[in-house]
Design a protein around this ligand. Sequence first.
Ligand SMILES: Cc1cc2nc3c(=O)[nH]c(=O)nc-3n(C[C@H](O)[C@H](O)[C@H](O)COP(=O)(O)OP(=O)(O)OC[C@H]3O[C@@H](n4cnc5c(N)ncnc54)[C@H](O)[C@@H]3O)c2cc1C
Length: 426
Amino acid sequence: MSKADADALVLGSGPGGLAMVAALALEGLDVMALTLGDPLEPWPFTYGIWGEEVDSLGLDQLLAHRWSNTASYFGAGSLDPESPANRSTPHDRDYGLFDKVKLQQHLFQQGQAAGVQWHRGLATELSVDAACTTVTTADGTKLRARLVVDATGYEPVFLKQFKQGPLAIQTCYGVVGRFSGPPVESGQFVLMDYRCDHLSEVEQRDPPTFLYAMDLGGGRFFLEETSLGLAPPMSLDLLRSRLERRLAHRGLSIIELEHEEFGPFLPMNLPLPDLKQPVLGFGGAASMVHPATGYLIGGLLRRAPAVAKALRGAMADPAASSQTLAAVGWAALWPAELLRKQALYQFGLEKLIRFPDPQLRDFFTSFFALPNSQWYGFLTNTLTLQELVAAMWRMFVSAPWSVRWGLMGMQGRELKLLWRFLSAKD
Ligand SMILES: Cc1cc2nc3c(=O)[nH]c(=O)nc-3n(C[C@H](O)[C@H](O)[C@H](O)COP(=O)(O)OP(=O)(O)OC[C@H]3O[C@@H](n4cnc5c(N)ncnc54)[C@H](O)[C@@H]3O)c2cc1C
């Protein structure tokens, strides 16, 4: 029987992997980590987060930008700036963008300070025995730990997930640059601009997309045309052409293109992993992405310490097997209340991705008319189950009938998701 070289081996150095490495190391556990390249290789995407969320994590010093002028647009749009179709919905709360290099280094340093050993390589094989779990890399290196945490992203190398049918995929195409005029108000962050007057009537019947946009200061803006979630996903070419047309319709063009972001396909309604497997998951691999927003970063920074604490307790028993340790980790990561909330969110997403453009805009108008703390708690997954149900009910009764009918009619796997919510055990 093999002997473990460390308490935990974390696979992956994305936000999920680094957050878990840091949390385990801060608990005083002996941690190894394995990733494909340099763990400080810059992450490819930009990560946004609500101000209150980052403040409650005590990480606001890691933001590159913070906006107080935050808004969305849910009218149909018009070239007349005074038209009600151009009215904005103010969000009255701050939003921030991480300085991703600072965030990455912050998490990495927490691990380094506790002596985490990093290895490079492609994990290819896994074997679990009574004493430990062994991961073998493509070059034949064997790494042994009492518990393996798979944080290798949306297509995890070892984790098994339940099958649940087609995935709703979020896609986006973004640009950072300078424009012939300001594409959003000076100093503004726009969460969702669903105005669609740049599209023909026929195109407006196609699946809707929205603009996510921000003023980066110094004449630079970041604009991203996004499809919330579709199966099959919307193509990046279509998103790019919609962004170009949105700009052209308002007489704007790009005069200096600094960076193009071809968002990869982000699955919004990932099925839950099998919580009985002897390997723990974290991040995208463990289906932690918020099904209504595609966001992950706040949730994983909040949830990593609780999982690490539970694991430290379980590791105090030197006889605890990988299977036992993983069970403790899964229970801390996905307690019954979070499982139920996840089923509700997935049920909600299933509805949203079927809504045509006008219904979707009415839906969001009603959603953001909820009390500020309710919609914020919904989007950040910080409400209790009871509060979440109350928010959804309030939204339902205050929405126009077009939205209520859409929410009531059951299609596809919606009944199954509702049953999963009702039947999750406490
Ligand atoms: C365009 C875009 C924008 C986003 N914006 C936001 C946002 O604003 N806010 C937010 O909260 N979330 C956002 N997200 C969602 C989410 O934060 C990211 O998808 C996040 O990168 C997922 O983190 P992860 O660590 O789970 O996986 P990943 O970042 O995919 O990391 C996986 C890691 O595993 C390693 N790896 C993979 N296979 C192996 C293997 N076999 N052996 C060893 N190592 C391996 C990889 O090298 C990598 O280091 C966004 C996502 C996208 C796509």
